[in-house]
Design a protein. Sequence first.
Length: 248
Amino acid sequence: MLSKFEGIVFRAKDYGESNQIVLVFTEQFGKISLMARGSKKPKSRFRAVTEPFTLAQFICFTGSGMPTLSQADLIKPRHLLRSDLLLTAYGAYWFELIDKLLSEKEPHSLVYRLLDHGLDHLEKGTDPDVLTRIIELNMLGVAGYQPVLDRCVQCSATTDLTHFSIRQGGFLCKKCRSVDGHAFSLQPAVVRILPLLQRIELRRLGEVSVKPETNQQLESVLSAFIDEYLSGPWKSRQILQQFKQTWR
């Protein structure tokens, strides 16, 4: 039986001398593994569609075992992401978030479109830190740990929001900040931007410009929140941090 679908390549693992097992994230079927026979050969027609970040249309033989790749048509090669180590590190972190939070063969259209649009923006030069915060906030929502960013998590006030509490799960206002002595004291820009990043659709994202110090605090807050509520360790995030320290 033949099956046809579009998908984004997460990674390829060598299998024997010339074959690869390719993990593809699809809109219809979620994450699936494919056998790409002969894809490691220099002249293989599958060589280009087994690279990470690639968007392609796949046709596979399916049966009781692992689907075997029969034909593939390249849609978006995304060479730039693979040629830039820092951009590769950002993308790898996104892949790890999605890979850990979605089970095998668990379809999720929202996440699929989020990733596709995110990779497009990453390749076009949109601020990768802003994109990463949007990905993180969306994946926290998928996991059921979306932080409260529209009001004080303690009293529901919508004004004078000054702190973020990891323990309480969201913003605290000036009056309630004492409930958590370890809460982050936030820059006003972070209070404004965090809710926007939680709501925005990546396909509608235009030009963005965020100050380095604001990006740094956004990252600190969400990294701490993720470490508290999602199971790590996040190896790709550690690698990303190393690259950022080296190149920036």
